[in-house]
Ligand binder design. Structure first.
Ligand SMILES: N[C@@H](CCC[C@H](N)C(=O)O)C(=O)O
Length: 269
C-alpha cells in the first residue's frame, strides 16, 4: 500500500506532510526518523501528521528530524494553514492555535508566551529574563516557551557565532530537562532582528517560526524593540507582533514543493 505525502516548506524549513484525517497512518519515533532521513528517506526538518481533532478543525502532530514528537512548529503551522486554506483552528501538543491564509502569506495566532522557569522548563528556579548560565561567548539567554522551549541569546553579530558547535552542547545541557531550541539574535535596526537557530532534534535550519516568536518576545521583554518586529532568518523574513496583554501573531510565507508517495512496508512503524 502506498501512502501519499506532500513536501512543503516555510522559508526553507522543510516538511513532509501526511494527511491522516481520512485513513490513519501510524507514526512512531523510528518511522518518523526514517522518513525524515535526507539520504535514505524522503528528507525533512520536521514530519507533520494531520489527524482528526475533537476540539479543533485539525490535529497537527509534529516530529523532528530525529523522530522526537514535539509540541509546536511555527513554519509548519503556516504550511498547514496554506494547505487547508481560510481560517483554521489547529490542535497541537503545545495548545490550540489559529491560522488565516491571506494574500500576504499565512498569519498564525501562536497563543501566549510563558516565562515561568517550570514552564520553559528549566531544572531549577532562576530569572528567565536573564538566565545565569553561559557557554563561552553565549551568556545570559532569555528563557521562553511559545508552545516549545527556547533559549534566546542576544549577541553583537549572530553570523559570527559557531552555532553548529555550540548549539548541540546547549540543546543537551542538563539545565534544560526537555532539551531546548537555541536562538542567537542581533538587533540590526529599530524593530528589526537577525536570527539563526539551532533547532532541538533537527539542528541548523533555514528558519524556525517558533524561534522567531520566542526571539521577538524576548526582545520585547528586554525592551530592545517595540511590540511588532521583523525577524530575518537565513531563509527570509517573518513579522511577529505581540500586543500588550495579547497573543503572538506570526505572519510569513509557506509553499508546496511537490507531492509523492512512499511504500508503507519500506518504513515500518
Ligand atoms: N521548525 C519549527 C520548530 C520545530 C520544533 C522544534 N525543533 C522543537 O523541537 O521544539 C518552527 O518553525 O517553529
Amino acid at each position: 500500500m502506498r501512502i501519499p505525502f506532500r513536501k512543503m516548506h516555510g522559508l526553507g524549513n522543510d516538511f513532509v506532510v501526511i494527511d491522516a484525517r481520512e485513513a490513519p497512518v501510524p507514526m512512531t519515533t523510528r518511522r518518523a526518523a526514517a522518513l525524515a532521513d535526507r539520504r535514505t528517506g524522503i528528507g525533512c526538518d520536521q514530519l507533520i501528521v494531520l489527524e482528526p481533532s475533537d476540539v479543533a478543525d485539525v490535529r497537527m502532530r509534529i516530529f523532528n528530524n530525529d523522530g522526537s514528537e514535539v509540541e509546536a512548529c511555527g513554519n509548519a503551522s503556516r504550511a498547514v494553514g496554506l494547505l487547508l486554506g481560510g481560517t483554521q483552528s489547529i490542535e497541537t501538543l503545545g495548545g490550540l492555535i489559529r491560522s488565516e491564509a491571506g494574500a500576504d502569506g499565512v498569519s498564525v495566532d501562536m497563543g501566549s508566551p510563558r516565562f515561568d522557569w517550570q514552564e520553559i522548563p528549566l531544572s531549577y528556579a532562576m530569572d528567565t529574563l536573564e538566565l545565569p548560565v553561559g557557554w563561552e561567548e553565549l551568556e545570559n539567554p532569555v528563557g521562553v516557551n511559545v508552545g516549545n522551549p527556547h533559549a534566546v541569546f542576544f549577541v553583537p553579530d549572530a553570523d559570527a557565532v559557531e552555532l553548529e558547535r555550540l548549539g548541540p552542547i546547549i540543546e543537551n545541557d542538563p539545565v534544560f530537562p526537555e532539551r531546548v531550541n537555541v536562538n542567537v539574535a542581533s538587533l540590526v535596526g529599530p524593530d528589526h532582528l537577525k536570527l539563526r537557530v539551532w533547532e532541538r532534534g533537527a539542528g541548523l535550519t533555514r528558519a524556525c517560526g517558533t524561534g522567531a516568536c520566542a526571539t521577538a518576545v524576548a526582545a520585547m521583554r528586554r525592551k530592545l524593540t517595540g511590540r511588532k518586529v521583523r525577524v530575518d532568518l537565513p531563509g527570509g523574513p517573518l513579522t511577529i507582533a505581540w500586543p500588550e496583554g495579547g497573543t503572538i501573531e506570526m505572519t510569513g510565507p509557506a509553499a508546496l514543493s511537490f507531492e509523492g508517495s512512499f511504500e508503507d512496508a519500506d518504513f515500518p512503524a
